[in-house]
Design a protein around this ligand. Structure first.
Ligand SMILES: Nc1ncnc2c1ncn2[C@@H]1O[C@H](COP(=O)(O)OP(=O)(O)OP(=O)(O)O)[C@@H](O)[C@H]1O
Ligand SMILES: [Mg+2]
Length: 233
C-alpha cells in the first residue's frame, strides 16, 4: 500500500504541491494523471525518498522510504528512463543495481527476459533506443521482485506493441497482488491500463477513484480530464 497524506512542497515562494492525499492499493493499477508541471514527478520523488516534503507524509507499507528495512523488495521504481550510464552494458547496469540491493545475480537474466531484452544484455546503454531504455528501467525496477512498482511516465517512448506489452506486465503485477502506481499525461493509454485514477492539476488533487467513477458523467476520460483540470486543449 502506498499512502500519500497532506503532502505539501514549496520551492522558495512557489508551492508546487498543496495537501496532496491519495492511496495506491494492492491488486490495483493506479494511474497518476496530470498536465505538464502538475506535480506528478515531485510527488513520486518524495514517495521514493529523493526529496523531502515541506509538510505531510508519503508512506510505503506504513513507512517512509528511508525507513524501509529492505527497500528493493518493497518498491521498484523508474524515474526519467533507465538512469543507466551510457557506456555501461545493460547487464552491467543491472548487476550494479542488484549488488547495491542485495539481489541474487540470477535475477539479472530473469528480468532481462521479462522485459524482452534477453538479446541485448551485452549492448551498451548508449546504443539503446528510447523504448529499450524504458524496458531497461523496468528491468531494474523488477530486480527485487518488489511488492509495489512506482513508475514515472513508463509509457513514454514506447511504440504500440511496447504499450500493449507494458499494459500486460503491469496487469500481471497487480493481478498477482502487487501495487502499481504510474504517472502519465497520456490519457488514452492511462484509460486502458488503470483501475484507479488520481488526477492532479496545479499541485492539487482534483479527482480520485475507480476509473469508471472518475469518467462518469463525461463522454471520455479526456473530457473528464479537461473538465476537472481546466487544462487547455
Ligand atoms: N527544484 C525545483 N525548484 C523550483 N520549482 C520546481 C523544482 N522542481 C519542480 N519544480 C516545479 O514544480 C512543478 C511541478 O513539477 P513536476 O516535475 O512535479 O511536474 P510533472 O507533473 O511531473 O510534469 P511533467 O508532466 O512535465 O513531467 C513545476 O512547475 C516545476 O517547475
Ligand atoms: Mg514529470
Amino acid at each position: 500500500m502506498l499512502s500519500i497524506s497532506g503532502l505539501t512542497k514549496r520551492h522558495g515562494p512557489r508551492t508546487v504541491l498543496s495537501d496532496v492525499t491519495f492511496q495506491a492499493r494492492p491488486g490495483r493499477v493506479t494511474g497518476f494523471l496530470g498536465p505538464n508541471g502538475a506535480g506528478k514527478s515531485s510527488t513520486l520523488r518524495i514517495l521514493l525518498g529523493l526529496d523531502r516534503p515541506t509538510a505531510g507524509t508519503a508512506l510505503i507499507d506504513g513507512r517512509p522510504y528511508r525507513k524501509l528495512p529492505d527497500p528493493i523488495r518493497a518498491v521498484g521504481s523508474m524515474l526519467d528512463g533507465s538512469g543507466a550510464h551510457r557506456s555501461r552494458t545493460a547487464r552491467n547496469h543491472l548487476a550494479w543495481v542488484a549488488r547495491a540491493g542485495g539481489v541474487p545475480k540470477r535475477r539479472i537474466d530473469e528480468v532481462l527476459d521479462q522485459v524482452g531484452l534477453a538479446g541485448a544484455g551485452r549492448t551498451r546503454v548508449g546504443k539503446f533506443s528510447l523504448g529499450m531504455g524504458q524496458r531497461l528501467g523496468l528491468a531494474a525496477a523488477l530486480l527485487g521482485e518488489p511488492a509495489a512498482l512506482v513508475l514515472d511516465e513508463p509509457v513514454n517512448g514506447l511504440d504500440p506493441e511496447g504499450i500493449r506489452w507494458i499494459r500486460g506486465l503491469l496487469r500481471g503485477h497487480a493481478d498477482a497482488g502487487g501495487t502499481v502506481l504510474l504517472s502519465s499525461h497520456l490519457m488514452s493509454e492511462v484509460a486502458e491500463i488503470t483501475d484507479d485514477l488520481v488526477i492532479i492539476a496545479g499541485g492539487r488533487i482534483v479527482a480520485t477513484g475507480p476509473l469508471t467513477e472518475v469518467i462518469a458523467g463525461h463522454a471520455t476520460l479526456e473530457e473528464a480530464f479537461f473538465a476537472l483540470t481546466g487544462a487547455d486543449r
